[in-house]
Design a protein around this ligand. Structure first.
Ligand code: ZN
Ligand code: ZN
Length: 328
């Protein structure tokens, strides 16, 4: 999945006019991976067309930053570097002092921590930069580095991996819930959800295999997204609680909590990402989790109603309404 080149006309700021030179510079920039200094780009451009001046390249870089095609990064070298910003999510950097290579990663745990700190200090955070300086594995060992390849592919790979891990733990959760639920209708619902998770899992795994065909080395490339205790952890914790022995209502309630947490997680991150395959995967997955959440809430209400009808036929209705209110 090489990212389609951006529509330059759409990205061009108001008043910016068409220029063959500019398009040439932009396209050359977009063909590069990683973090280029302005001088790196000047060298690349002038190798192809020595009539383009240094000043024009500099101006065009600034224009790309304004248009949202490039992002300026400062690795403390006394000069800026530039990286793709189009279809490229915000990320953190590992910077090797020996070979000057920098590699990228994202971590939901770090972002959550930054948010927590900013909130506690009533700080309106606009941008956070995290850089880890040191020596990369290749420079420490002398072994050839595993090339990162395009971040977009890594991003899609890792988004799929976390969605697959979440489906797997969801499947485990619903299979277990179906085994322990005594209420026949509740059991059916859990079985249905387990079947759905199985089907989604198959779809996601097929998509993952498709992705691998685009880059045979994709599986061995470094991790880009670190989502340590993310959504799959929610279902794993839920499944553990089921093992401790719960009644039917509690089982549904645990399912609701897991699905809500999972829906929020994927939606929140999906919305944050730049337009990409990874974003698509997250948002589609968020929708599926939302549908499961709604189904479970309906089932919970129906179970409460059936149970209260059995116990106290007259006051049943009012109780149900009060229970329902806790979900809104
Ligand atoms: Zn290095
Ligand atoms: Zn970067």
């Amino acid at each position: 999945m090489t990212s389609a080149p951006p529509d330059l006309d759409r990205l061009r700021p108001a008043g910016g006019k068409r220029s063959g030179k500019r398009d040439f510079i932009v396209n050359t920039f977009l063909r590069q991976e990683g973090h280029l200094s302005a001088d790196d780009l000047v060298d690349l451009i002038r190798r192809e067309d020595h009539r383009i001046s240094r000043a024009t390249v500099y101006r065009t870089l600034q224009w790309m930053v304004d248009a949202g095609i490039a992002r300026k990064v400062d690795f403390g070298e006394g000069r800026f570097r530039f990286e793709h910003s189009y279809r490229h999510p915000r990320h953190f950097h590992l910077i090797c002092k020996s070979c000057n290579q920098s590699s990228e990663f994202l971590s939901s745990d770090i972002e959550a921590l930054i948010e927590e700190i900013a909130t506690a200090r009533n700080f309106a955070a606009r941008q956070s930069v995290l850089q880890i300086h040191g020596t990369c594995e290749a420079c420490q060992t002398g072994r050839a580095p595993v090339a990162e390849g395009g971040t977009e592919l890594l991003f899609a790979r890792d988004a799929l991996r976390i969605a697959i891990a979440t489906e797997r733990s969801g499947l485990e959760f619903y299979s277990r819930a179906a085994r322990i639920t005594r209420d026949a209708r509740g059991r059916k619902i859990f079985e249905k959800l387990a079947d759905e998770e199985k089907e989604h899992l198959g779809t996601l795994e097929a998509r993952y295999r498709e992705l691998l065909q685009q880059d045979p080395q994709l599986e061995s490339r470094p991790t880009f997204l670190f989502f340590k205790g993310a959504a799959n952890g929610l279902f794993a914790a839920g499944a553990e609680r089921l093992a401790n022995g719960v009644d039917d209502r509690q089982a549904l309630m645990i399912g609701i909590k897991c699905e809500r947490g999972s829906h929020r997680f994927f939606k929140r991150y999906g919305e944050k990402f730049e337009d990409s395959e990874g974003k698509k995967i997250f948002l589609e997955f968020a929708d599926e989790e939302r549908a499961h959440l709604e189904l479970l809430i309906r089932e919970y209400r129906s179970l409460v109603e059936r149970q209260s009808r059995r116990r106290a036929p007259k006051s049943g209705k009012r109780k149900t309404r009060r229970q329902a209110a806790t979900f809104s």
